[in-house]
Ligand binder design. Structure first.
Ligand code: NAD
Length: 452
């Protein structure tokens, strides 16, 4: 049996040692899920709803424990970690509304009746990254279970603890054996088996675009359904007519939240040239004011990066020639710290403008007018998220329609609500999670004609 050491990124101390699931156990779990799927789809809608509600209540009763686990395992600030555990509860409550509302259609036809059903797929494999271990897991397993599927879930190697606890809570809440199983293990072993095992009928993958492409290619061999939530290089566009004070005060939180390890991070700030210098003047105190430190401290706004190797990768983006405008603070001592960093790249081809850093580094560039802002915002293979700051409603709408991204916010940086759709354009992903149609990503539409 292979084991892995779970390390606290704020202290570099070992939190615990965990056994990793191997290939044979993965197969056994998938087969258990396949057997459980037969009964789970037959559970009456009201009863499935009740079980999901109980699961939500179990998460709520253990919210503080889950949050503390995430602080220790992922270095998330305690405020964020509580929000994340609360998000799992809310996604489950939302999902509990699905079984009784999974409506088909009755379509007018001659000579009989035509009706559609939303049939569950069977076993769904959910593969989760390390940056938001709890919410991203729930966005997959909540609606998948609600639609009558069973779920095998693989957390990231670095952050398995909250997922393992959620698996226990599902059982305590009364979900039948085999309906929801958490399999901590390696991507190349457990995750890969979700792709190749024929009983897994859909893979929901959140992670890097590079691995996502491999997953998609692997799934193609069995015409397996996929939802992909991948990388981002989102733009925060600030027009001269915006409330500049508010735009500058909030910009750090639009990119440095979770230490920039956020697929929705607004890691490019595009500022209209006429207010560029003024915006930087306002941004500097805001960045220096970000409270970086012990994630367990209630006042902390930014914690450490996830690992030493990830910190080295983030640091590699800052070269001797990089023009660094200013940086924020970072604590001394152990922990994988990196300060909030603002850079001013000049060439559009600069890696800092084209690649996802996935750390607390933001690039600020100038634009001339609306068309130029949209052109720069779209000059990327990604298209996940973004913000537009302006007091002109018409401009807000025109630019929102022009930017190729799945999740935009005007005069705010909010991206995710469990009842609104979430997902990416272009190489940021395929399909949507959450929102009113969440369950339809986990069903096949079946059309039945009944002759008179
Ligand atoms: P990653 O691609 O390295 O790993 C993601 C998951 O895939 C992990 O569980 C890993 O074990 C597994 N995996 C790795 N190789 C695999 C393989 N060959 N087969 C099957 N599974 C495999 O990504 P990461 O470093 O954990 O996460 C960071 C990335 O995730 C960033 O690019 C970020 O933008 C992206 N992300 C996207 C969203 C979104 O919703 N669009 C949300 C969060 C993170």
């Amino acid at each position: 049996m292979t084991t892995t050491q779970v390390v606290n990124p704020a202290t570099e101390q070992v939190v615990t040692t965990l056994e990793l699931v191997g290939a044979d156990e993965t197969d056994a779990a998938i087969e258990r899920a396949q057997r459980a799927a037969v009964g789970w789809r037959e559970v009456a809608p009201g009863d499935r709803a009740r079980l999901l509600r109980r699961f939500a209540e179990a998460v709520d009763a253990n919210l503080e424990q889950l949050a503390q686990l995430e602080v220790a395992n992922a270095g998330h600030t305690i405020g964020n970690a509580r929000w994340e555990a609360g998000n799992v509860r809310d996604v489950l409550h939302f999902a509990a509304g699905i079984p009784e509302r999974l409506l088909g259609s009755q379509i007018p036809v001659a000579g009989g009746v035509d009706i559609t059903f939303h049939e569950p797929l069977g076993v769904v494999g959910v593969i989760v990254p390390w940056n938001f271990p709890m919410p991203i897991a729930a966005w997959g397993f909540g609606p998948a279970l609600a639609a009558g599927n069973t779920v095998v879930l693989k957390p990231a190697e670095l952050t398995p603890l909250t997922a393992v606890r959620l698996g226990e809570l599902a059982l305590e809440a009364g979900l039948p054996d085999g309906v929801f199983q958490v399999l901590p293990g390696k991507g190349a072993v457990v995750g890969q088996r979700f792709v190749t095992h024929p009983a897994v009928r859909k893979v929901v993958f959140t992670g890097s675009t590079e691995v996502g492409k491999e997953i998609m290619a692997g799934c193609a061999r069995q015409v397996k359904r996929v939802t992909l939530e991948l990388g981002g290089k989102s733009a925060n566009i600030v027009f001269a007519d915006a409330d500049l004070e508010r735009a500058a005060a909030t910009a750090p939180y639009g990119v440095f939240d979770n230490a920039g390890q956020d697929c929705c991070a607004r890691s490019r700030i595009l500022v209209q040239r006429s207010v560029f210098d003024r915006f930087l003047e306002l941004l500097e105190p805001a960045v220096r004011g970000v409270r970086v430190g012990d994630p367990a401290d209630e006042a902390t706004e930014m914690g450490p990066l996830i690992s030493a190797s990830h910190r080295a990768r983030v640091a590699s983006f800052i070269e001797p020639s990089t023009k660094v405008a200013f940086t924020g603070s970072q604590p001394d001592g152990p922990g994988f710290w990196y300060p909030p960093t603002v850079v001013l790249p000049e060439a559009p081809s600069d890696r800092l403008l084209t690649e996802e850093v996935f750390g607390p580094v933001v690039a600020v560039v100038a634009f001339e007018d609306e068309a130029d802002a949209i052109r720069i915002a779209n000059d990327t293979e990604y298209g996940l998220s973004g913000s537009i700051w302006t007091n002109d409603v018409g401009r807000a709408l025109r630019v929102s329609r022009g930017v190729e991204a799945g999740n935009l916010s005007v005069n705010s940086h909010s991206s995710v609500r469990y009842w609104t759709p979430f997902g990416g354009f272009k190489q940021s992903g395929l399909g949507r999670e959450l929102g009113p149609d969440a369950a339809l990503a986990f069903t096949e539409t079946k059309n039945v004609f009944i002759a008179n």
